[in-house]
Design a protein around this ligand. Sequence first.
Ligand code: B12
Ligand code: SF4
Ligand code: SF4
Length: 347
Amino acid sequence: MSNQDTLKSRLGVFALEAGFVRMGVCRPDATPQAAARLAEFVEGGRHGQMGWMAERMGWRGDPAALWPQAKSVVMLAESYTPRHDPLAILNARDMGAVSVYAQGRDYHDIVKKRLKRVGRWLIEQQADAEIKVFVDTAPVMEKPLAAAAGLGWQGKHTNLVSREMGNWVFLGAIFTTVELEPDGAEEDHCGSCRACLDICPTAAFPAPYQLDARRCISYLTIEHKGPVDEDLRAMMGNRIYGCDDCLAACPWNKFAVEATEMRYFGSREPAPLAELAVLDDAAFRAMFSGSPIKRIGRDRFVRNVLYAIGNSGDAALADVAAGLAEDADGAVADAARWAKGRLQGDR
Ligand code: B12
Ligand code: SF4
Ligand code: SF4
């Protein structure tokens, strides 16, 4: 075993001690198909309003160009496997359904701190080592890199899934100038399964392994600004932030590893739509302090809550919607009028 192999295995042990569930390594040029696939995604307009995906595509599609000095990419996975049935809340139509990843503390903060800790350890072992850590927001395609590093494969729902971890994992990357032995890519084990494709409420997968974000409820509730197309609103049900249906459907979750980071599980109980709709800016920020939900702001959040009210079938909520019909935010006012009309029609 070479010194670098020993370093890699000790790094792996340290990463697990730090709270990650798996580590894998690949070369920065290990995702040769990613650039063309990203280009196809963007050219087809599938990124919707996420204009940042069309910027810096040279870096996003080619990690070797992002930081030419990097010799290895260390990919890490952190589990947030839920302890309850994440889809049960969809039947409580007067409550807001928040996706599992956003029920507690913001993973960006937690994963980034852990990545830095692991990176610092590496620098302590090899003084000339340089590192850069990434989680989610940089122009780095984390799923193809994680697949190339052997953490799992990109399932038909496009997320990383593995036989040992299921798909309830966050991903993070450490780019480093240290040369570490790469791991082999994992094979695809989706086989003939199509559970994730069939469960999607908005038919957001034009084909297996491909997503049209413009139809995905996660995109519509988190990223999309302004009014959502009327034909999609009814399909959103009571999902007010993100969506878990395709993840929850995956049979490989039978083998999911338990999450050890308790901060991902909020102490907050699901809240009634009637309470969420009337949050003003200050109350919204206070309620979602430290949560990823805070990022979308009061207006987009209340817009989502109003679509859920429109889908609730609960005529008693028509008055709550009516109270927001003249809201200063155009998308909120539009959603309020839509919800009120829908509930009165239902009545
Ligand atoms: C943009 C983005 C979104 C967008 C678009 C999602 C998407 N699938 O592209 C929206 C807002 C919809 C979204 C939603 C979610 N996201 Co998101 N998102 C990202 C982000 C920032 C970039 C992803 C990206 O590059 N997309 C562009 C497309 C082109 O890339 P791709 O999905 O890898 O697509 C590949 C396949 O389509 C593939 N392909 C095409 N044909 C074929 C054929 C075969 C055979 C194969 C194998 C592949 C393949 O080619 C593409 C390139 O390889 C990443 C973080 C990051 N920096 O990587 C997080 C990330 C992907 N998101 C994450 C999460 C948790 C979610 C949600 C589950 C959150 C929620 N509960 O609401 C949902 C899941 C929705 C879904 N089914 O994908 C995690 C996923 C972790 C994991 N286990 O994979 C990430 C990695 C964040 C993180 N650091 O943990 N997200
Ligand atoms: S997150 Fe929801 S809407 Fe988006 S692809 Fe998965 S099941 Fe469909
Ligand atoms: S639900 Fe089935 S098709 Fe979808 S990712 Fe999981 S194994 Fe693959």
